[in-house]
Design a protein around this ligand. Structure first.
Ligand code: FAD
Length: 383
């Protein structure tokens, strides 16, 4: 088991209690109805989970990546969708400001996020630009003290409910495929010209809204550009590297949850006059599941240890490994969990079918697992 300090363990225990009280009762309901559980914003905000990574000097709890991953893991054991809330503000608001923002921007924006009521989103993907971020075509044209943004983004998580969205757009030659002409802007979603489209119908992660967002002559003050003009791609990649272990932690939690319910079921279900727990075929299956979960957990928290101790040299490779390994593992473990439940596993009366559907997205978003393997191979081969 990775080593956690006392504060981290206390937060994990508090989150575990909160999950039993607030999330367990709604986990399958929000999946079935696709209801956005907006009440969680307040609950998470009061516990400091929306703003965990905001440093104390800006009024936040001053958490770190290890704590954030522990929180996401605990929530994902019961609901992968609800775990999306915790940490969402890290990728879209907190990390970009801490790593690329100016001190003026940090002082202006972070205290607001620290209050725990702000929800942020990140908008990179476009209809024709997914893995290939360099081919985005949303434009940001300088006009006096502001930039005017035009374009369309797709699949944006929390796109319809976020207060602020970190939008990536071309500031240089728009037609040119490239990474040195992309900039990022923290856009207030109340700005005229900004709109969210119809909610996406998804395989899983139901309850968390995804949608296209449209930018139609959205005027953004130049002071809301995060980082230097043209440095947005580098910023995005760096932030994703640091944040990616949170996807791995979600995968570990989801798989652990599937393993937990599988073990319970095996000790209840009888066939051939015996508990199915007594069948060696299934014993080997849960042994494999447990080994995979533990291996993914170790890799994930090795990454968080590196980030929290400022050892970022190898972080792109390590966090790609953690995200890829843990999400592939979660897909396998949740699929095995359905098998252990037999026909009941295929029914919505038990949580494992939801867990299997939810696992799939972890192999796709924040860089598909093919892209993660490319990153890992490039580091191995020095390409
Ligand atoms: C539920 C959900 C939530 C999302 N949330 C957000 C969000 O909040 N913000 C945001 O900006 N985006 C978001 N996304 C978008 C997500 O990050 C992209 O879907 C993802 O990066 C893949 O892009 P794509 O879908 O265009 O697939 P494509 O890039 O078209 O890929 C198609 C297939 O080709 C493979 N492929 C692509 N290039 C290569 C290559 N060079 N070598 C080998 N294989 C390759 C891919 O791995 C994939 O299997 C979300 C997506 C979903 C489904």
């Amino acid at each position: 088991m990775p080593h956690y300090n006392e504060t981290q363990l206390a937060i994990r225990d508090a989150v575990r209690n909160m999950v039993d009280k607030e999330i367990r009762p709604i986990a399958s309901e929000i999946d079935a109805t696709e209801r956005f559980p907006e009440e969680l914003t307040e609950i998470f905000g009061d516990m400091g989970l929306m703003q965990l990574w905001v440093p104390e000097k800006y009024g936040g709890p001053g958490g770190d990546l290890t704590t954030l991953c522990l929180v996401k893991e605990e929530i994902a054991r019961v609901s992968q969708a609800c775990s999306m809330f915790a940490g969402q503000n890290s990728i879209a608001g907190i990390l970009p400001l801490l790593h690329f923002g100016t001190e003026e921007q940090r002082q202006r924006i972070l205290p607001e996020i620290a209050k725990g009521r702000t929800l942020t989103a990140v908008a990179i993907t476009e209809p024709h630009a997914g893995s290939d971020v360099s081919s985005i075509s949303t434009s940001a044209i300088r006009d006096g003290d502001s930039y005017v943004l035009n374009g369309q983004k797709v699949f944006i998580t929390f796109g319809s409910v976020a207060h602020k969205i970190l939008v990536f757009a071309k500031t240089g030659d728009i037609a040119r495929r490239g990474i040195d002409n992309i900039s990022c802007f923290l856009v207030d979603t109340r700005t005229p010209g900004f709109s969210a489209g119809k909610g996406d119908k998804k395989m899983g992660m139901n309850g968390i809204p995804n949608c296209p967002v449209y930018l139609d002559n959205v005027r953004v003050p130049a002071e809301d550009m995060i980082g230097e003009e043209g440095a947005g791609f580098i910023a995005a990649m760096r932030i994703l590297d640091i944040n990616r272990p949170t996807v791995a932690a979600t995968a570990v939690g989801l798989a652990q949850g599937a393993l937990d319910v599988s073990l319970e079921y095996m000790k209840e279900r009888k066939q051939f006059g015996r508990l199915i727990a007594e069948f060696q075929g299934l014993q080997f299956m849960v042994a494999d599941m447990a080994m995979q979960v533990e291996a993914a957990r170790e890799l994930t928290y090795e990454c968080t240890r590196l980030v929290d101790s400022g050892q970022l040299d190898n972080i792109a490779k390590m966090s790609s490994m953690a995200k890829c390994f843990a999400s592939d593992m979660a897909m396998k473990v949740t699929t095995d969990a359905v098998q252990i439940f037999g026909g009941y596993g295929y029914m919505k009366d038990y949580p494992v079918e939801r867990m299997m559907r939810d696992a799939k997205i972890l192999q796709i978003y924040e860089g598909t697992n093919q892209i993660q393997r490319i990153v890992i191979a490039r580091h191995l081969l020095d390409l």
